[in-house]
Design a protein around this ligand. Structure first.
Ligand SMILES: Nc1ncnc2c1ncn2[C@@H]1O[C@H](COP(=O)(O)OP(=O)(O)OP(=O)(O)O)[C@@H](O)[C@H]1O
Ligand SMILES: [Mg+2]
Length: 260
């Protein structure tokens, strides 16, 4: 595996009672890049994510994160290995404030890093001084996502767009190396979508995280992704940059049913 490859997926297969939802999928993700997985409804994108993040075990195939096999590991082990995922692994507590949610995520990461609390000073959790590493990590995360002004708001009272920012902050609080976003702009207004695109780019530049996103909005895909993987009926139909994907006849057929 090339040293700049963070994820290597090889011959991945997932069958559900006779349906091959993911069919012999192989691709690599270069470190510190944004890649998009696109494809018509039912192409297998979410199933692919569920395999990478451990919600599902593959029928066959390999998934290597920084050279280590992770296929079939449970979700918590995969989070620990450095893969963050919005919308499913993360648990947002809607009746708590933004700050309380981020705090819980940071504490969970610290607990993990300090080998289940060995070395964590419990008293320090009650220490609200700015010099406390917990407070610093919370504020760093809020600042990275630009939601300091929402810190004391109850999550359930926020707009859909702002709740998505909180989810992103929770994922980032876990300090992943690879972030999977499944349709990060689904249900968003144009303005919220524009903001999310800028945020993903900003976070990638600031943290050096690698992103894998699925998206139906092609404008977002072309704005963000250097590399695009097209899935169709469980298999990879094409991989390339914007131009290559735009001009690919098979991709046009899969989406539009025509060559035009
Ligand atoms: N748990 C499951 N049991 C049985 N079949 C499933 C299951 N999950 C997904 N499938 C099937 O696998 C195929 C791929 O579905 P998947 O949700 O991965 O597609 P997708 O590309 O994410 O689609 P969309 O763009 O609509 O989100 C579909 O035929 C779907 O019906
Ligand atoms: Mg899906």
């Amino acid at each position: 595996m090339a040293p700049d490859t963070i994820l290597q997926v090889t011959n991945l297969v997932k069958d559900f009672n006779g349906i091959r939802a993911v069919n012999d999928v192989s691709f690599t993700l270069p470190t510190n890049t944004i890649t998009a997985v696109i494809g018509p409804n039912g192409a297998g994108k979410t199933t692919l994510y569920n395999l990478i993040s451990g919600q599902l075990s593959p029928t066959f195939g390999s998934i290597k994160l920084k050279g280590k096999e992770i296929a079939g590991l449970p979700p918590d082990k995969i989070v620990k290995a450095g893969i963050g995922r919005s919308f499913q692994i993360t648990s947002v507590f809607p009746s708590l404030t933004v700050l309380q949610n981020i705090r819980a995520a940071v504490i969970s990461r610290m607990g993990r890093q300090f080998d289940l609390w060995q070395g964590v000073e419990w008293d320090s959790l009650e220490d609200n001084s700015p010099a406390n590493p917990l407070q610093q990590a919370i504020h760093k995360t809020l600042a990275l996502v630009g939601i300091e002004h929402l810190a004391t708001n109850i999550v359930s009272t926020l707009s859909h767009g702002d709740q998505a920012l909180v989810e992103m902050a929770i994922v980032l609080a876990l300090e992943p190396h690879l972030i999977l976003l499944d349709e990060p702009t689904a249900g968003m207004s144009r303005e919220e979508t524009r903001h999310m695109v800028e945020l993903i780019r900003h976070v990638q530049q600031q943290t050096g995280c690698t992103f894998l996103i699925t998206e139906h909005d092609m404008e977002v895909v072309f704005q963000l992704a250097e590399k695009i993987v097209v899935m169709h009926q469980g298999a990879i139909l094409a991989t390339g940059n914007h131009e290559e994907i735009r001009n690919n006849i098979s991709v046009r057929r899969a989406y539009l049913g025509t060559d035009d």
